[in-house]
Design a protein around this ligand. Structure first.
Ligand SMILES: [Zn+2]
Length: 337
């Protein structure tokens, strides 16, 4: 081989080495999705995690390279009068699914359990509650019960007000109630992550004032890119970043502003510009949204996002942070080991 040909070959090899292979970056990354509503279908007996519809099941979690999936027990406000019972139904559905698919997925209540699931080649499943206020029915002790049953993260409200706070669609725009203050204090004592997605702006700021350490918005987008009550202003984004929290990008087209992968990237771009890459995460909202972006039709398509972020010029280490390392940092901080 001539010296010239050798030089060309070396240049090609080195050049190839500096261009990250999206599938490899995605496979090597710890991928964490902070919010899906799959438990609703499981509890209703509509399907199992083997598949049969929706956006999330074990085959598609595997294809999507998901290592940690947070499953929300969402209490519909219409169920508020029997909220405790409804929470139990959804939590039972979660644990049944873990038993049924024990070869493929495992409930994780600690960072060590997440790591153990990974070592065993399993997906780690974290249990959350969405609309904690209605799950408690006014009883603060229910926070302890939910914690014992595995809940490690919870949003205080859905869109309307409940006993804890006002939600994003509540027209009186109120904040955190006295009970809400006691509940977030109890959550912090326990090590249950406080999720501000769905809160009114007033309640958001009340929660920030009433808590210490990282707070998350599991499934919200940037209001500067798409004005929407469910999205966060730049001031809110900066406040979450200052606390070391994360914001999970939501894939719902109405929050994004358009049903495209490019629009998801636009929200990532904005959040990274405002907060830095250490505070952006994923909270797809799959199985809770009736419309999906093109290219991100279900959880199996997540590698497309990695490809798009790399193509956009994000270095692989930043992409890995957004895919999951940032969320894991918060888990570690709030839960301990
Ligand atoms: Zn939601």
């Amino acid at each position: 081989m001539s010296v010239v040909r050798l030089a060309v070959l070396l240049a090609l090899t080195l050049g190839a080495a500096t261009v990250a292979d999206p599938l490899r970056v995605h496979r090597d990354a710890v991928v964490v999705d902070l919010h899906v509503d799959t438990l609703l279908d499981l509890a209703a007996g509509k399907r199992t995690l083997d598949g049969g519809g929706g956006h999330v099941d074990i085959p598609r979690l595997r294809q999507g390279g998901v290592d940690v999936q947070v499953f929300a027990a969402y209490i519909d406000p219409g169920q508020a009068p029997r909220g405790k019972e409804r929470a139990s139904e959804l939590i039972t559905a979660f644990h049944r699914a873990m038993d049924r698919h024990a070869d493929a997925i495992a409930s994780a209540r600690t960072v060590e359990e997440i790591a153990a699931a990974g070592r065993a080649g399993k997906i780690a499943a974290v249990l959350s509650v969405e609309n904690l206020g209605d799950a408690l029915q006014g009883e603060i002790e229910q926070v302890d019960r939910l914690y014992r049953e595995g809940v490690r993260l919870a949003s205080l409200t859905w869109n309307p007000a409940n006993l804890l706070a006002d939600g994003a669609r509540e027209t009186r725009h109120g904040g955190l109630s006295p009970l809400g203050r006691r509940v977030v204090a109890r959550m912090q004592e326990r090590g249950m992550i406080v999720d501000v997605s769905h809160l009114s702006a007033a309640a958001f700021w009340d929660v920030l004032a009433a808590t210490r350490g990282p707070i998350v918005a599991t499934h919200s987008d940037a209001a500067a890119v798409q004005p929407h009550r469910r999205n966060l202003t730049d001031d809110q984004l900066r406040a979450l970043a200052a606390r070391g929290g994360v914001v999970g990008i939501n894939f719902y087209p109405d929050f994004l502003g358009a049903p495209t992968l490019e629009r998801v990237v636009a929200h990532v771009d904005h959040m990274v510009a405002v907060m830095g890459a250490d505070y952006v995460a994923l909270g797809t909202d799959f199985d809770g949204i009736e419309k999906v972006p093109q290219g991100l039709e279900d959880v199996s398509k997540l590698p497309n996002l990695t490809r798009a972020l790399l193509a956009r010029g994000y270095p692989p280490e930043q992409v890995r942070k957004i895919l999951g390392e940032n969320a894991l940092r918060v888990f570690r901080h709030v839960w301990g080991r």
